[in-house]
Design a protein around this ligand. Sequence first.
Ligand code: MSP
Length: 650
Amino acid sequence: MSEKQTYYITTPIYYPSDNLHIGHAYCTVAADAEARFRRLEGYDVMFLTGTDEHGQKIERKAIAAGKSPKQYVDEIVAGIKDLWKVLNISNDRFIRTTDDYHVAAVQKIFKMLYDKGDIYKNEYEGWYCTPCESFWTEHQLVDGKCPDCGREVELTKEESYFFRLSKYQKALEELYEKNPNFISPQTRLNEMLTNFIRPGLDDLCVSRTSFKWGIPVTFDDKHIVYVWVDALSNYITALGWGSDDDSLYQKYWPAQVHLVGKEIVRFHTIIWPAMLMALDIPVPEMVFGHGWLLLEGGKMSKSKGNVVDPLVLCQRYGTDAIRYFLLREVPFGHDGIFSNEALINRINSDLANDLGNLVSRTLTMSEKYFGGKIAATGASDVLDDELKVLAGDVVSKYTGLMEQLLFSNAFSEVFRLVSRANKYIDETMPWKLAKDEASKDRLQQVLYNLCEVLRIVSILMQPAMPDTSAKILGYLGVDEAGCEWASVNSFGATAQFSTSKGEILFPRIDLEKELDQLEADKQKRAAEAAKAAPAAEAKDTAPAEITIDDFAKLDLRVAEIVACEIVPKSDKLLKLSLKVGKEDRTIAASIREWYKPEDLVGRRIIIVANLKPAVFRGVESHGMLLACENSEDDCKLVFVDDCTPGSQVR
Ligand code: MSP
């Protein structure tokens, strides 16, 4: 490459709503591997990631946490940045959609689209899925629920601005036709055509008025910009588009690839290019929709309590092992299953056995027979030629596969070379050569070839395992030039290796013991979490959200306990005689374990007064009292002794 070509790659920007799990890390690690590979090849790379911080979902979570939305996201974003550090993510920029420059540029985009007539005001009536921040028409719902995540949708009716998406239908079809890789892999293109393009595009609602946490529309401040318009714009605003200094935008746009999960391909391949066309901005070269990392029971989710924490995995097995597993285990583009067993097996077979053995055998023999100084002697054999040819073939296949983001296949190529080199040791039997003084040159040539293989393997593995690669190159004593991409095809170019014996790179893991240990840790963590944060746990398993109208159906009242007695033949129930304003009533409550009748008389509590009456052990119970279940063996009534009996609680 005479003049450095640019390569701009992005991940989605993440919602800072919960801790990110291994599924989120999957996408970022893949983007990182590609960014590192392109840098290695000599590209001038811009690698962008960030956080998508506006929207109703975040606003609601912040309210629930008793924080302002900004305060809420600040804390989570700090954790996300830390996670990317642990995973050794080499992003060049990190954008937050709450950053000033982004807010200003999005406002500019919205105004430009409005001035152009591509955004107009109307009324929106339809369904909204808050977790996905997506609008749906009646016929798109599946059993009345969100077709993407299967959760409840809300009927929304508000005055809104609309983007003339329908106007770009034809232009989008032409874009896909002229650029068959624009939507990759091919299956995603088919999904888009069948599910969205062929049924016909509707104009898109692009502003909201029913909540506040978003970017205000400058010319109508009742409205905020729809979160997906805000989020998608990050890919150009991060480069300074629309600001005083747009040099990065001039240099890097259009992007070579937006890497995204399959469920958000439609935003990136329909809404985003249509917005860009409307703004007269070139579209990106490719949107690659990868599959999901699933668990045996389905998708990971906090409510199912089955999320896999990448931090825990990195601490236990090392960052490089996790990065390698994510890239190698599942062909990129397909869905795949994560399991501890698959992870441990992969570490054992590829890293501890194949790579680890090759490194340790080579370095040990180099040290033992030549004091670590290895140079080519020319005492070659036909086996050497075979090894050299294979190395060349692996490099060329690997390069093609990495350029197509086919990580798993690319790294499988590298391990073809690793396995061949291990076999080469068995075939050449250096320990036998060492016994014969006349074979010394041959022995040194064999070790030289092995060092060359390791040098090449390290360069090729660098996008997946940067630290391990650097370690191996260090143990080989390779100079800077020998670590560069330009030298990956020059088998035999190294003048001399000065090897040193390093640590064991990937200790073998005892699968059974490790699985038992992981299960025991899981049980322990669950028990500790239940003990330490019963309230938080209760929140996690809370029923679905309700509307204010649902809440208004409850008649909550203050009641005074005027008498209290044990219900015969029941070891749980107490009968409470209550005064609710002028009205008398009784409630049977399962609180005998925690309260003596005499302790309750005269106290005031809150009851649900309009609960349908029922009879328990012969006692008519009309209403339900509010109590806090601190844990399985601790329950406290909510006392409101200075409130007036009969008054309403809202
Ligand atoms: N904020 C939007 C993206 C806006 S981009 C302009 C969003 N955020 S997200 O945090 O919900 O998801 C970010 C990415 O993580 C998505 O690409 C999504 O597909 C990916 N993943 C989330 N769970 C995943 C798995 N279990 N497996 C693989 N990827 C998954 O969407």
